[in-house]
Write a protein that binds this ligand. Structure first.
Ligand code: COA
Length: 241
């Protein structure tokens, strides 16, 4: 796989590790990171050796401090800068991946940082994590799926409050609101994510991907349609098993 500048991608024993790697700017998400993330997500999807992936941030201070504001400042306006980001549907690809994705977040988790984590299936946060959506202060709205993934995760009441006020949440509150599954000490963040990944990869990859699909696709269906989806996927497993 190509050498990337803004992301480190590694594969080890069935686990793909994606590290956002611009620690000097708190792993801010720029256009190059968008393109590299797009390639990495394709690789995770297509590579049968990767059973589960972990997303993390380089450096001590942040998972990701949101969109790269220097790109915003050189564009005519944040709205125009945002348009460039829609040229590639990274978020559609992210949400379509049928393998389990684990976010292991620390420090600042802002804007795109929250949204990347929300594209993952399981979220672990270290005790120092702080979450916020500063978009409205820039005159824009979330564009990495956050306006849809956040309310589906914490409910519309909480999502509206977090977005409309720009209030930041500490890790423990994020756990209470079910934005993250677990809060762990900083030095246990990656090991805790690896324990989950190592457990998941012991299961049949087909069963794992169908379980993920049944839940994530089912959320957008009526109960009746969701039950049909479950039957359809279950039957396929019995045919292949
Ligand atoms: N885009 C580009 N650069 C960023 C950045 C971003 N979103 N967030 C931080 N950086 C850079 C800073 O410019 C600084 O660079 P410098 O050392 O060359 O001056 C470096 O990262 C460290 O950040 P700094 O602001 O000095 O750290 P801090 O601890 O004082 O503050 C934050 C941390 C996260 C509170 C602050 O950096 C911030 O508010 N960032 C912007 C968050 C944001 O609005 N994101 C966009 C969401 S849509």
């Amino acid at each position: 796989m190509a050498n990337f500048e803004t992301i480190i991608y590694q594969k080890l024993d069935g686990v793909g590790y994606v590290t956002l790697n611009r620690p000097q700017v708190l792993n801010a998400y720029n256009l190059q990171m968008r393109d590299e993330l797009y390639q990495v997500l394709g690789a995770i999807n297509d590579d049968p050796e990767v059973r589960v992936a972990i997303f993390k941030g380089a450096g001590e201070r942040a998972f990701c401090a949101g969109a790269d504001l220097s790109e915003f400042l050189t564009a005519p306006s944040p709205v125009v800068a945002r348009q460039a980001r829609w040229e590639r549907d990274v978020w559609g690809l992210f949400l379509s991946i049928t393998k389990p994705l684990i976010a292991a977040v620390h420090g600042y988790v802002l804007g795109d940082g929250i949204e990347i984590a929300l594209c993952c299936d399981i979220r672990l946060a270290s005790e120092d994590a702080q979450f916020g959506l500063p978009e409205l202060g820039l005159g824009i709205i979330p564009a990495a799926g956050g306006s849809q993934t956040l309310p589906r995760t914490v409910g519309s009441t909480r999502a509206l409050e977090i977005l409309l006020t720009g209030r930041w949440l500490k890790a423990e509150e994020a756990r209470r609101l079910k934005m993250v599954n677990q809060v762990v000490p900083r030095n246990d963040l990656l090991p805790a994510a690896e324990r989950l990944a190592n457990k998941i990869k012991t299961y049949s990859p087909i069963a794992v991907s169908y379980a993920k699909r049944a839940i994530t696709e089912g959320l957008d269906l009526s109960l009746e349609q969701g039950l049909e989806l479950e039957v359809k996927l279950g039957r396929r497993i019995s045919l292949t098993g």
